[in-house]
Write a protein that binds this ligand. Structure first.
Ligand code: NG1
Ligand code: MG
Length: 516
């Protein structure tokens, strides 16, 4: 049986690779190495000297477990090979620290310079959406961490010269934002001589990314930081954060994951009050309403609004004396119970929720709906909670199927594909986070031979992921090309088409590179 590596030690440091050391340099995929070398020579041309190091963090694809990380349920993503690499040189600061930040694509991402105060937070204006905001988010989080660590001694952050190169499509559902924030925080740490552990980088990157205005969970950062080449990353958030590397067993026909962009861009910063952040609020409200119905008290947890469905789950099962039961059975009971208790298909108004919680509407708003703007008349607690519990169950089933066998047979594979398809159906109906284009892509891909097809990431556009046999890749990409891309975007260039569909190989997470 393939044995997944047990928990990654919380203190494990970020990997460091050296151009002069064959063994460590070999652990890196050739396409990443080529970009790393190119970036060093461009940096040297731009600033007149070589960078000290390169910090790198990749994008991610979520295989299964959508929109449940902020409810603190387990997810199963992995890093992809597209990434953000930052060449950096630390310069001793005189006066206020100065950041010079350039991009290898200056037309799209113009060069900027800014200073920031030594002892106050770096300012970010989420309303003024600028590419360097994500760098500032990582910088701010890392500096908060370093200030705390060096309390008592006077800490003057280094000034920075930076050159950034990214090939994760922005707004494309594979988390360019986490790649950017994690690599920025890592850059700041290294430039200020702190050897950050993976766990530290995870904690501060999640908080940093919220500074940009989205109340996300921790999945993207975990995948970007902890993933290992060739493995999926089973990520647990409750009761505390742990990860496990899960190998994909052999199968008769080699299993391939294909990512296909919809090219429908959902700008989260803008749509969050009706989409992403509203879902976070709905899940939180479902958790507190269910807790109230069952007479259990929730302690605050690490989710963005402090009360999660996973936390309710735990307390409910504790009350029932069922914490020893397998999680799968616990979830089954909770699904049945929720179907009965949260019966309003049409959703719940603020007044109705306040009444259920025995509080006033202003109290409800100040406790749960004031950290960020939420635009909604009705909150679909039933549908959101049911999606969450059922999706959590599918993650457990998917992982069990991978872990319990050495070789996947036809039956296993059909089952895995079915879980992916059920996840998509639930995202479309109960969670309402798909869109017609994504549904169309999934239908075309299935007809052409995928085992399972679904959206990946936040949805409302973005990216899709497909599980298929290697020998069907050609048929599926051809069908998507003809029936989706050329139909929706008749003027699409060959270059853009090549970017649209990518075979996603589970890749390595963040690392620092030296030399070249
Ligand atoms: P995207 O928008 O694809 O980066 C978001 C969240 C995740 C997770 C997924 C849905 C951020 C940074 N990430 O991903 O935490 O909730 O949606 O599963 O907002
Ligand atoms: Mg993102």
């Amino acid at each position: 049986m393939a044995t997944p590596q047990e928990l990654v030690p919380q203190t494990e440091s970020i990997a460091e690779v050296y151009a002069t050391d064959d063994a460590s340099a070999q652990s890196i995929a050739p396409e990443i190495k080529a970009r790393w070398h190119g970036l060093v020579s461009q940096f040297t041309k731009l600033y007149g000297h070589r960078p000290d190091f390169i910090a790198r963090s990749p994008g991610r694809v979520n295989i299964i477990g959508e929109h449940i990380d902020y409810s603190l349920y387990d997810v199963l993503p992995t890093a992809v090979s597209v990434d953000m690499i930052i060449a950096a040189k630390a310069i001793p600061t005189t006066g206020e620290p100065l950041v010079k930040i350039a991009n290898t694509n200056p037309q799209k991402f113009p060069t900027r310079e800014f200073t920031f105060p030594v002892d106050k937070d770096v300012e970010i204006d989420p309303k003024h959406h600028e590419w360097i905001n994500y760098f500032k988010a990582g910088l701010r989080g890392a500096l908060q961490f370093l200030r705390k660590k060096r309390e008592g001694s006077s800490f003057v952050p280094a000034s920075l010269e930076l050159l950034i190169d990214g090939n994760v499509p922005p707004g494309g559902g594979i988390s360019s934002s986490a790649a950017f924030v994690c690599s920025s925080a890592l850059t700041t740490m290294k430039a200020n001589k702190h050897d950050v552990s993976k766990q530290e980088l995870q904690d501060l990157s999640v908080v940093s990314e919220r500074a940009v205005g989205v109340y996300s969970g921790g999945m993207d950062q975990a995948a970007s930081i902890f993933s290992r080449r060739g493995y999926l990353l089973y990520t647990r958030f409750f009761p505390k954060f742990v990860v496990q590397h899960v190998p994909i067993p052999k199968a008769e026909h080699e299993i391939t994951f294909l990512m296909a962009q919809s090219f429908v861009t959902s700008n989260k910063a803008e749509t969050a009050p009706r989409h992403y952040n509203l879902r976070v609020a709905e899940c939180t409200l479902a958790a507190v309403v269910l807790a109230k119905i069952h007479g259990v008290t929730l302690e605050k947890d690490s989710s963005s609004l402090g009360y999660s469905l996973r936390n309710f789950h735990e307390e409910f099962m504790r009350k029932e004396g069922r914490l020893q039961d397998p999680l799968e059975y616990q979830l089954d009971s909770i699904i049945l119970d929720t179907t009965e208790r949260l019966s309003q298909e049409q959703g719940y108004t603020r007044e109705e929720i306040a009444k259920l919680l025995d509080i006033t509407v202003p109290e409800l708003e100040s406790t749960f709906l004031s950290s960020f703007p939420v635009h909604a008349e009705r909150f679909l607690l039933r549908q959101r909670a049911l999606h969450c519990f059922k999706e959590a169950r599918r993650v457990l089933d998917f992982k069990a199927c991978l872990s319990n066998t050495q070789k996947l047979d036809e039956k296993h594979i059909t089952y895995l594909g079915q879980l992916l398809n059920e996840s998509q159906a639930s995202c479309r109906t109960d969670y309402d986070c798909s869109c017609p284009e994504v549904d169309d892509i999934c239908a075309i891909a299935r007809r052409a031979g995928t085992w399972g097809s679904r959206l990946t990431g936040a949805g409302w556009g973005g990216c899709t992921v497909h599980m298929l046999p290697q020998n069907k890749v050609e048929a599926v990409t051809k069908a998507l090309r003809e029936e989706y891309y050329l139909k929706h975007f008749p003027d699409i260039s060959e270059e853009k088409l090549a970017e649209a569909m990518v075979i996603s190989k589970p890749s390595n997470g963040s690392f620092l590179a030296f030399g070249a």
